[in-house]
Ligand binder design. Structure first.
Ligand code: UT7
Length: 329
């Protein structure tokens, strides 16, 4: 019997504190009008001081597990994508989430592929399942992006939000519920477009670092490269799998900027019913943005078992990727 990997459940967690564009007017030289016009964002949510990415991820992971009908003991592997881990280096956010969910004696690790994180996780989960290594994998995009934002930098801090999205990917014998194809890529020569440098602790042995500890982005260059790369990448995956825009039920792009989403959506001839847009209410939640958007259409009853989804993302590194999959939930 053929073996496939299937996305069995989807879930998200959004922290409580809602921050409106107008709230930034009080601390920065910016305006609700500028933010809306240039990005489409109306509001975003920020985690509380005592909530870290692992707390957000654990909440989403718990719901994804419940919705999959599995128990913690069934999960063979936990993988987390984040650019805002609880700790720098170790322990991984995946280890912390595993502990919070009561998943013991299983492998757990993080990946650092910024906003493309969820697509990289899908690619890894698919490979682990098709190789026969694992049966059930919990994948999570968890981000407290606010922890790496410079709230004096109007060109970045208004763009991002916190949140988490999670999914269970399981082995399946049903092609019509499977992850059809995932494409991931990167180009490190563009590493200076987006970064979170982190200050190196001063010591007698090191010169003082001139790097900012906060997220930095060359917005306009990122925008242009993002639109070009994504449209190209999505066209390629559709062509390779002999799929046209009419075959897709939902196009779920990374939610960075409404103008990027619209440009790519129009170039590929998707109707407004096909394109899932959540950037207006969550901002850019990096690795969590795609599963959060997917969860929105799941919870509103639009996403049904067997629907064909097309995902795409572009982020720091730079990294990018696209995925074509049926919903198996
Ligand atoms: O998720 C990972 C991938 N990320 C992305 O794909 C994001 C890509 N980039 C973008 O979404 C857009 O480039 C931004 C929303 C970041 C910026 O929009 P833009 O149309 O590219 O604006 P810009 O950077 O060219 O700046 C235009 C003007 C500048 O002023 P001057 O030099 O024309 O006087 C900025 O200083 O807008 C100014 N500006 C602001 N004004 C009010 C920048 N940020 C703000 C702000 N409020 N928050």
């Amino acid at each position: 019997m053929e073996r496939y990997a299937s996305l069995k459940s989807i879930a998200s967690y959004v922290p409580k504190r809602c921050v409106k564009n107008a709230d930034f007017e009080k601390i920065l030289d910016t305006s609700d009008t500028w933010i809306q016009k240039r990005t489409g964002i109306l509001e975003r949510y920020f985690a509380s001081d005592d909530q870290n990415s692992s707390d957000l991820g654990a909440e989403a992971g718990r719901i994804a597990l419940e919705r999959s009908g599995l128990q913690t003991k069934d999960i063979d592997l936990v993988m987390v994508a984040t650019l805002s881990p609880d700790y720098l280096g170790m322990p991984s956010t995946a280890c912390l989430i595993s502990a919070k969910l009561g998943i013991r004696d299983r492998p757990a690790f993080d990946i650092t592929t910024a906003c493309t994180g969820f697509i990289y996780l899908l690619s890894l989960a698919k490979a682990f399942i098709l190789s026969g290594t694992y049966e059930h994998i919990l994948i999570i995009g968890a981000e407290k992006v606010s922890s790496v934002l410079d709230f004096e930098d109007r060109s970045t801090c208004v763009l991002f939000g916190d949140g988490a999205g999670a999914a269970v990917v399981s082995a399946s014998c049903d092609k019509k519920n499977s992850i059809v194809d995932v494409h991931i890529s990167s180009d490190g020569t563009y590493c200076d477009l987006l970064s979170t440098p982190r200050v190196v602790r001063q010591s007698h042995f090191l010169k003082q670092s001139s790097l900012s500890p906060y997220l930095q982005m060359k917005g306009n260059e990122t925008f242009k490269l993002g639109v070009k790369t994504l449209a190209n990448d999505v066209e390629k995956i559709m062509k390779k799998n002999n799929v046209s825009s009419e075959d897709i039920d939902f196009f779920i792009p990374h939610q960075a900027n409404l103008r990027i989403i619209s440009a790519v959506g129009e170039q590929l001839n998707f109707s407004s019913e096909q394109v899932v847009i959540t950037v207006q209410k969550y901002g850019n939640t990096s690795a969590a943005s795609i599963p959060m958007a997917m969860n929105d259409i799941y919870e509103s009853g639009k996403l049904k078992n067997g629907d064909l989804m097309l995902l795409d993302a572009f982020g720091g590194g730079v990294t990018w990727g696209s995925a074509l999959l049926y919903f198996g939930g």
